[in-house]
Design a binder for this molecule. Structure first.
Ligand SMILES: NC(=O)c1ccc[n+]([C@@H]2O[C@H](COP(=O)([O-])OP(=O)(O)OC[C@H]3O[C@@H](n4cnc5c(N)ncnc54)[C@H](O)[C@@H]3O)[C@@H](O)[C@H]2O)c1
Length: 435
C-alpha cells in the first residue's frame, strides 16, 4: 500500500532534451521500444532497483513505483533542441550506436521528433558547425526564445509537467566567476548586457527551464547550474537541480572501486585513467578547452573518496591523471584503461589493471531516464534546490562549496542517500543499512 504524500504522477511528462546526439537518441529509442515491449530498459534504477522498507519479519523490497508515485514510460513525450536539423530517426542512424533493426520499429515516432533551433555559440564548441541555430541578439534574448519553446511544447503536447535535460556537447571550460555567477541579480544583468564570456548557452537553457517551472538536469560537465546564481534561481522558482556529468563508464568504476582500496586501508601511489573514444562527443573533447571541462569533473571523484586528511600515510601524495583520446574507428564503443598503483604491508607495491570495453550511450541512456523521472518525482514531492540524493548518477555531485561542503562520491554512500530519499518520500523511516 503506497503511503507516500507525493503528488500523483498524473498526465503527460514532457522530456525536453538539449542535444539530439548519441545519448539522447539511444535514450529515446530505448524508451519507445520498451513501451512496445520490444526492448528492456536495462540499467535503469527506476525500472529495476528495489528498496527495503521495514526490518526483520516486517521487511519488504519495493520497486520505486511501489514506494512512490513515479511517471510511467508511457506518459513521456519527447522534445529536443539541436544545432543540426536532423530528426531523431536520422540522428539515431547517424550516431551508429544502435542497429537499424532496433530503430526501425519506432521510426514513425522518431521522425516526429524534430529538433528546435539551438541556443548556440560556436565559441563554446568550435568543432560544431550546424545551422539550426537561434538568431539571438543577447543571452537574455536566448533565454526568452527558449522559454517560448518550452511554453509552446507544453501547450502543443498537453503536458502536465516538463523536465529539461542537457545531453548536448561539452562546452569549453568556464571557471566560476564570482562577479557574474555569484548571485541571480548579477547573472541576469550579465545576460542582459550580453556577457558572452561568462554566460554559456547552457546557462540560458537552465535559466529558461527553471523560469518555466521545470527541473533542470546537466548531463555534461559544464559550469551551468553549479553556481550560486542558479541555486538562487532554483530556490526562487522552487525547482530541483542536481550535479553534473552522467556517471557512466570509467568514473562509475572508479567510484565503486576506490572504496575497496579505502575500506581495506591499502595505500595509493597513483591512478592513471585513459580512454579511446570516436563519436562526436570524442571529437568535441579533442579540443583542449572542452577536454578541460571534462578533466575537472573526472578528477574530482577520487579526491573525495581517498583523502589525505583522513589517512595521511596512505593517501597524501598520489598521482591522478585522466586522459581522453579521440580515435574514430571505435565510435561510441569507448575503451578505458585504469592502471592503479597501490601499496600494502610494509609498503610493498602492487598493481591493479581495469580494462572496460563499454558502450558510452548504452550506459548513459538509463542514467538520463533515471534523472528525468527522479527529478520529476522530486518536484512533485515539493523538493527544490540541490538534490543530493541524485549524486549517485553524476560524476560531479552538487554541493555548496561556498560553505565548505564536500561532494559524496563513494558509490555505496550515494546509493544509501538515494534509497533513503525514496524511503522518506514514500513515508518510511530512513536508515543506514546496506540493502
Ligand atoms: N555517453 C556517456 O557515457 C556520457 C557520460 C557523461 C557525459 N556525457 C555527455 O553527454 C553529452 C552528449 O554526449 P553524446 O555522445 O550524445 O554527444 P553527441 O555529440 O552525439 O551529441 C551532442 C549533440 O549536442 C548538440 N549540441 C551542441 N551544443 C548544443 C547547443 N548549445 N544546443 C543544442 N544542441 C547542441 C550537437 O549538435 C550534438 O548533436 C556530452 O556532453 C557528453 O560529454 C556522456
Amino acid at each position: 500500500m503506497n503511503q507516500s504524500k507525493v503528488k500523483p504522477a498524473e498526465g503527460k511528462l514532457g522530456v525536453m532534451v538539449v542535444g539530439l546526439g548519441a545519448v539522447t537518441t539511444t535514450f529515446m529509442v530505448g524508451v519507445l521500444m520498451a513501451r512496445k515491449g520490444l526492448a528492456k530498459p536495462i540499467g535503469a534504477m527506476t525500472q529495476y532497483d528495489r528498496v527495503r522498507v521495514g526490518r526483520g519479519e516486517e521487511r519488504r523490497y519495493l520497486s520505486y513505483s511501489e514506494l512512490v508515485p513515479m511517471a510511467s514510460l508511457d506518459d513521456i513525450v519527447f522534445g529536443a533542441w539541436d544545432v543540426y536539423p536532423a530528426d531523431a530517426y536520422r540522428a539515431a542512424i547517424y550516431a551508429e550506436v544502435l542497429k537499424k533493426e532496433d530503430i526501425e520499429p519506432v521510426r514513425d515516432e522518431l521522425q516526429k521528433i524534430v529538433p528546435m533551433k539551438a541556443a548556440f555559440d560556436r565559441n563554446f564548441a568550435k568543432r560544431l558547425d550546424g545551422d539550426n541555430v537561434k538568431d539571438a541578439a543577447t543571452r537574455w534574448d536566448m533565454v526568452e526564445q527558449l522559454r517560448e519553446d518550452i511554453r509552446s511544447f507544453r501547450k502543443e503536447n498537453g503536458c502536465d509537467r516538463i523536465v529539461v535535460a542537457w545531453a548536448a556537447s561539452t562546452e569549453i571550460y568556464v571557471p566560476v566567476y564570482e562577479p557574474v555567477h555569484g548571485s541571480l541579480a548579477t547573472l541576469e544583468k550579465a545576460m542582459k548586457e550580453n556577457d558572452c564570456e561568462h554566460v554559456a548557452p547552457s546557462m540560458c537553457y537552465a535559466y529558461a527551464a527553471l523560469a518555466e517551472g521545470c527541473p533542470f538536469i546537466m548531463g555534461a560537465p559544464n559550469t551551468t547550474v553549479d553556481i550560486p546564481a542558479m541555486w538562487e534561481m532554483a530556490e526562487k522558482t522552487k525547482q530541483p537541480i542536481c550535479g553534473k556529468d552522467f556517471k557512466t563508464g570509467q568514473t562509475l568504476v572508479k567510484s565503486g572501486f576506490a572504496p575497496i582500496i579505502g575500506t581495506r586501508c591499502l595505500g595509493l601511489e597513483g591512478w592513471f585513467s585513459t580512454n579511446i573514444l570516436g563519436n562526436r562527443d570524442g571529437l568535441v573533447l579533442d579540443e583542449p578547452q572542452n577536454f578541460r571541462t571534462k578533466e575537472v569533473s573526472k578528477l574530482s571523484t577520487l579526491e573525495t573518496i581517498l583523502k589525505a586528511e583522513d589517512q595521511p600515510e596512505l593517501y597524501s601524495d598520489y598521482y591522478h591523471k585522466v586522459r581522453i583520446n579521440y580515435y574514430p574507428p571505435r565510435n561510441d564503443n569507448k575503451e578505458s584503461w585504469d592502471n592503479i598503483d597501490i601499496f600494502g604491508w610494509m609498503n610493498y607495491p602492487m598493481q591493479i589493471k581495469i580494462n572496460f570495453l563499454c558502450r558510452d550511450s548504452i550506459l548513459a541512456a538509463p542514467v538520463l531516464l533515471d534523472l528525468c523521472l527522479l527529478s520529476d518525482l522530486a518536484a512533485r514531492a515539493g523538493k527544490w534546490g540541490i538534490q543530493r540524493f541524485l549524486s549517485f548518477f553524476l560524476k560531479s555531485p552538487m554541493h555548496d562549496y561556498t560553505q565548505g561542503e564536500e561532494a559524496v562520491n563513494n558509490l555505496y554512500q550515494q546509493h544509501v542517500m538515494l534509497k533513503n530519499a525514496l524511503r522518506q518520500m514514500g513515508g518510511y523511516e530512513p536508515d543506514q543499512e546496506l540493502d
